[in-house]
Design a protein around this ligand. Structure first.
Ligand code: 0L1
Ligand code: MG
Length: 262
C-alpha cells in the first residue's frame, strides 16, 4: 500500500469520528484487499493525527477478546487500539448522545501495571505479578462504519471503535480476586441487559494484557506502567439511548455507572 493511501484512509476515518458521520467500510470498495498490517498502519497514522491535534493517549484497549466475537469474525487474534483523554467520561457523569454516531457499551476489567511489560513471551502470570490494581470500567464503542458493519482490518483502522471510557474508582489487587469467575451485570435503567464472567475475556482478563504485550512487541513497543488498560468486553455490547442510566456491577470489584442525555 502506498504511503499516500495510508494517509487518505486515516483521514477518511478521522473525518467520520470528528463529524460524527458514519462511513462505508474501507473494504467495501475503497480498498477491498486491506490487510491487518496495513490496517494497523492506518490506525497509527490516525493516532498520530489525533495527537497532533492535541489529544493524548490515556492507555491501550483490547477488542474482539471473546470466543463469540472471534468466531463471528473468523479470527484467532484479538485486536488493540487506544483510548484518548477526550474520550474519558467521569464516573457518575453524563454523556450527550449527539457526541456519538450509534454508541454501545460493554463492561470491562481495567488493569494498571506497576512496571512495563514487554513481549513476545509475556504470560498471564507475568501480568498478575506486574499488576498494581484492577478496577471496573465501561467502554463506549462507536464504530464509524454504517451499522457497525466491518471486517477485521476495517475495525483496526478505525481504532477498534474506541469512543469512550468510564473508569471506576474501586481498586483491588488482582490476588484478592479470581478474575475469571468475577461475575458482571450490565444494566440499563435498572434492568439487566447482559451478563458474563471474567473468563469471557480470553479465559481471564490477565491473558488479554499478556496478548497485548506480545502483539505490541512485534513493533518494539511495551505495555506501559501506570496506564489504564481496557481488557475487552465481559458481556455483549448494548446500544445506548437518551435517558439511559448505565450501570455495570462486578462481583467483588464494585461498580461503575453513567447517564446518557439527548
Ligand atoms: O472493544 C471492542 O471489543 C470493540 C472492537 C470492535 C468491535 C465492535 O465495534 O463491536
Ligand atoms: Mg471493548
Amino acid at each position: 500500500m502506498e504511503k499516500n493511501q495510508i494517509v487518505e484512509l486515516a483521514e477518511y476515518v478521522h473525518y467520520a469520528e470528528k463529524e460524527k458521520k458514519e462511513i462505508t467500510k474501507i473494504t467495501a470498495d475503497l480498498y477491498p484487499d486491506l490487510s491487518i498490517s496495513e490496517a494497523y498502519l492506518i490506525q497509527e497514522k490516525l493516532i498520530r493525527k489525533k495527537s497532533e491535534e492535541g489529544c493524548r493517549v490515556i492507555g491501550p484497549k483490547m477488542g474482539i477478546t471473546s470466543e463469540a466475537k472471534m468466531k463471528q469474525m473468523d479470527v484467532d487474534d484479538p485486536i488493540y487500539g487506544y483510548v484518548f483523554d477526550n474520550m474519558v467520561v467521569d464516573e457518575g457523569e453524563s454523556i450527550s448522545i449527539s457526541d456519538y454516531i450509534h454508541p454501545k457499551v460493554e463492561p470491562e476489567v481495567g488493569f494498571i501495571l506497576s512496571r512495563d511489560l514487554e513481549g513476545p513471551d509475556t504470560t498471564a502470570l507475568d501480568v498478575l505479578r506486574a499488576t498494581d490494581y484492577v478496577f471496573p470500567a465501561i467502554e463506549i464503542i462507536d464504530s464509524r462504519y454504517e451499522n457497525f458493519n466491518f471486517t477485521l482490518p476495517d475495525v483496526i483502522a478505525d481504532n477498534t471503535s474506541a469512543a469512550g471510557a468510564v473508569f471506576g474508582t474501586y481498586f483491588r489487587k488482582p490476588q484478592e480476586l479470581e478474575l475469571d469467575v468475577v461475575g458482571v451485570t450490565l444494566s440499563i435503567n435498572g434492568e439487566i441487559q447482559s451478563l458474563g464472567a471474567g473468563a469471557a475475556v480470553l479465559g481471564n482478563p490477565a491473558n488479554s494484557v499478556a496478548r497485548l504485550a506480545n502483539m505490541l512487541s512485534k513493533k518494539g513497543e511495551k505495555v506501559r506502567a501506570g496506564q489504564p488498560i481496557l481488557t475487552g468486553g465481559v458481556t455483549a455490547a448494548v446500544r445506548l439511548s437518551p435517558g439511559d442510566y448505565v450501570q455495570a456491577v462486578y462481583g467483588g470489584l464494585g461498580e461503575v455507572s453513567f447517564f446518557v442525555r439527548e
